[in-house]
Design a protein around this ligand. Sequence first.
Ligand code: GAR
Length: 211
Amino acid sequence: MTKRYVVLISGRGSNMEAILAVDLPGRCAAVISNRPHAAGLAFAAGRGVPTTVVDHKQHADRAAFDAALAAEIDRYEPDLVILAGFMRVLGDDFVRRYEGRMLNIHPSLLPSFPGLKTHEAALAAGVRVHGATVHFVTPSLDAGPIVVQAAVPVLAGDTPETLAARVLEQEHVIYPQAVCWFLEGRLRLTDGRVRLDGEKAAAGVLRVPTE
Ligand code: GAR
């Protein structure tokens, strides 16, 4: 049976676009946003993907929002839930409901620089290497088991914007890759650890662009 995935976005949706652009062994069942005006919704709709909004502002508290979001996701019975620039913190019950089948992308080499403003933080820390991480989502924020990372150099004269652009380019490579591994049945979470089958896949968990 064809596997299904659902993508959650809050804004631009360029990672969602990158995922929709590749030929995956699965179907995007829906794109869901917590913001009614998220730019990514129009792109998804233009690709014929069903889109819905679960507006966090319409819910009294996080528990009510999480419950509404879970109900919407479950309508599509997805094998995988993909957080792609989804900027709401999700409660423990929600996260546990999708344990082992929810991925996130974060714009830093975790565990460095969790949270927001990662590019500013990397520049302030003076690191020479920065990057992006795809990880399984667990209740601790930005701390779930790591699937794949991409490293990018920090260059003299970088601003948060130039660094963000260099990182984003790599996000668009590693996220579709991780999603593909999951849908192929090669990637899973077992006893809290990432299992990845296949020599080629295992060799690809750290991407260091040479250009
Ligand atoms: C991406 O850089 C993603 O890594 C980041 O937000 C951006 C969304 O861009 N996610 C987080 O910071 C999650 N904490 P996009 O909407 O164009 O994919």
